[in-house]
Design a protein around this ligand. Structure first.
Ligand code: ZN
Length: 306
């Protein structure tokens, strides 16, 4: 989770903290939005925060995620450069600030943010990250998605474009939505995985669980073929091979850590045993990330949801 101070809303440089933004100074003025054409009137926008996917229909646009509030005007300009049509829906993959920060700015324009209902609940309540203690303040009004869904799936159609939303319960958080655009053969994963060959934050304090990351990536491996374009929350445009590598990693991590958990080992004992040592050499950005990921996998079981 990324904590954004109120100064962020004014568009000035602020400190954003969290696993991916450890004490990073963001100068919003310097950030450019880069557009990549994925074919089939589908686009990728890169800026700062979760990558954005756009699907342009005959009378409107479907968008996935909104990045940070100070970037909304730049993102709107980048969309206008692609198409004059209005954005009808902004699908929100999960509640973290680098994906939800722009919701209010887009909904003010008439865009309907669509998300799993757990996102609405978490945004209204405010959240705390179990590892870092970083807090996200409660939100209200236009910052809350206007449309939410419960249950497994939801389909959104705009001007001939179809987005199939799937709720992967207890994965990166408890409100993750994966989005599949069948006509463009594009999958948007949110933060259930990344394409940087790095461990991903399992936000177990907010319902995250390594087993959901396995369920989701198993599902995408079934949907995907060699031409599928995979839009991860963070990292470059990916493909089925990247999903397969990540899927193998989360499965190995789960097997090793669950075994130790079932044997009755404590979190400290598991940390001391260092069961992911070999994986850490290529998947961990640094020793802190290695340790945090191990604790997060352990606590996927420790929360006793199973
Ligand atoms: Zn996230």
């Amino acid at each position: 989770m990324k904590r954004i101070t109120l100064a962020a809303l004014a568009g000035v440089a602020v400190i954003v903290t969290g696993p991916a933004y450890a004490q990073q100074q963001i100068d919003w003025d310097k950030i450019q939005i880069k557009t990549v054409d994925l074919g089939n009137k589908t686009y990728r926008l890169e800026g700062q925060g979760g990558n954005i996917t756009l699907a342009v229909g005959s009378d409107g646009i479907i968008m996935v995620d909104t990045q940070f509030a100070p970037l909304s005007d730049k993102i709107k300009a980048a969309i206008k450069a692609i198409s004059p049509l209005p954005v009808k829906y902004a699908i929100i993959t999960h509640f973290h600030g680098d994906h939800t920060g722009g919701i209010a700015n887009f909904q003010k324009d008439g865009v309907i943010a669509v998300a799993h209902d757990n996102i609405r609940i978490r945004l209204i309540a405010g959240t705390t990250n179990a590892i870092t203690g970083n807090k996200m303040d409660p939100r209200s009004g236009d910052a809350i998605p206007k449309e939410t869904y419960v249950g497994g799936t939801k389909t959104i159609e705009v001007g001939g474009r179809k987005a199939i939303l799937t709720h992967y319960y207890n994965a990166h958080t408890d409100g993750d939505t994966g989005v599949y655009f069948p006509d463009a053969n594009v999958i948007a994963t949110g933060d259930i995985m990344n394409s940087n060959h790095r461990y991903q934050n399992v936000d177990y304090g907010n319902g995250g669980d390594i087993r959901g990351m396995i369920r989701a990536t198993d599902d995408w491996l079934k949907i995907a073929n060699d031409q599928t374009k995979v839009m991860t929350g963070h990292g470059p445009l990916a493909d089925k091979k990247v999903v397969a590598e990540y899927n193998a990693m989360v499965k190995t991590a789960r097997e090793r850590v669950e075994k130790l958990y079932r044997e009755g080992k404590s979190e400290d004992e598991v940390v001391a045993l260092d069961p992911l040592k070999d994986l850490n050499t290529t998947w961990a950005a640094n020793p802190d990330q290695a340790k945090n990921f191990l604790k997060q996998v352990y606590n996927s079981f420790n929360t006793r949801r199973d």
